[in-house]
Design a binder for this molecule. Structure first.
Ligand code: F6R
Length: 242
């Protein structure tokens, strides 16, 4: 793991956006794995402004999002499809048909998950996977105790994750109980990963990810087994590192 510690969250997120832009410039047919969440809102805002500044073409890029709530319509204001359209897809010249987000509802989540996994394979696999980290060490919606070999599947969200995401819904009752998420095994198959963690609330999870044992208790620790990972932190998120 290459660990980069920046003074501020702003710098860490700017660096992440630069890495994504460089990837798209160098390989216009890149397959990107994308994340959502508060951290990524800023990363995408920076990526959009860099895209405009350097007139970067996204028309041949393919994207796969890590996760989506299960049980709400795709156009729900809190869905990850809506988030991606708002923060990134509508602001760049990406072909909407090349933007894959797991299905948000249907009768057979198992089939939807298998189809998503097959679509990643058919695209040739993820070249660069962008990740955030949860306070409990989750990546995507792979909560603690997720199998380190897991593929895309339906997961029950923990109460801590539902509470953390409450702010995107009107009431706690509306917060979905399930999500489809790419698995840890799927993430480990990507050619390269970038993971961004900022703020002191992430410090314990960051320490477990980098210095702890590889364990399902901290899903992000599985990244220790990946051959090309760059961790981008601010000083607050790095404060518990040895
Ligand atoms: C969502 C995802 C999650 C987030 C994580 C951190 O697609 O992949 O693992 O990256 O929950 O979220 P924030 O940035 O809101 O702290």
């Amino acid at each position: 793991m290459k660990v980069l510690i920046f003074k501020t969250a702003e710098e860490a997120k700017t660096h992440a956006a630069r890495c994504l832009l460089k990837q798209v410039k160098q390989r216009p047919k890149s397959v990107l794995g994308l994340a959502t969440g508060g951290t990524m809102e800023d990363v995408y805002a920076k990526l959009v402004s860099m895209t405009r500044k350097f007139s970067t073409k996204w028309s041949e890029v393919t994207t796969f999002n890590l996760d989506e709530y299960w049980g709400i319509p795709e156009d729900n204001p809190a869905s990850y499809r809506t988030y991606m359209t708002h923060h990134l897809f509508s602001q760049i010249d990406i072909n909407p048909e090349r933007t894959y987000v797991p299905m948000s509802q249907g009768t057979d989540p198992g089939q939807a998950a298998a189809q998503f996994e097959a679509q990643i394979l058919a695209s040739g696999g993820i070249d660069l996977q962008l990740l955030g980290i949860g306070e409990n060490g989750h990546i995507g919606f792979n909560e603690p105790t997720s199998s380190l070999a897991s593929e895309t599947r339906l997961k029950t969200l923990t109460e801590s994750t539902r509470n953390a995401n409450h702010r995107f819904f009107k009431t706690m009752d509306e917060v979905p109980r399930y999500a489809l998420t790419v698995g840890i095994g799927t993430i480990l198959k990507s050619a390269e990963c970038l993971i961004v963690g900022t703020g002191s609330s992430k410090a314990a999870a960051v320490r477990s990810m980098i210095e702890g044992p590889v364990s399902a208790a901290c899903p992000a620790s599985a990244l220790q087994m990946h051959k090309k990972v760059t961790v981008m932190l601010d000083e607050d998120a790095a404060q518990e590192l040895e």
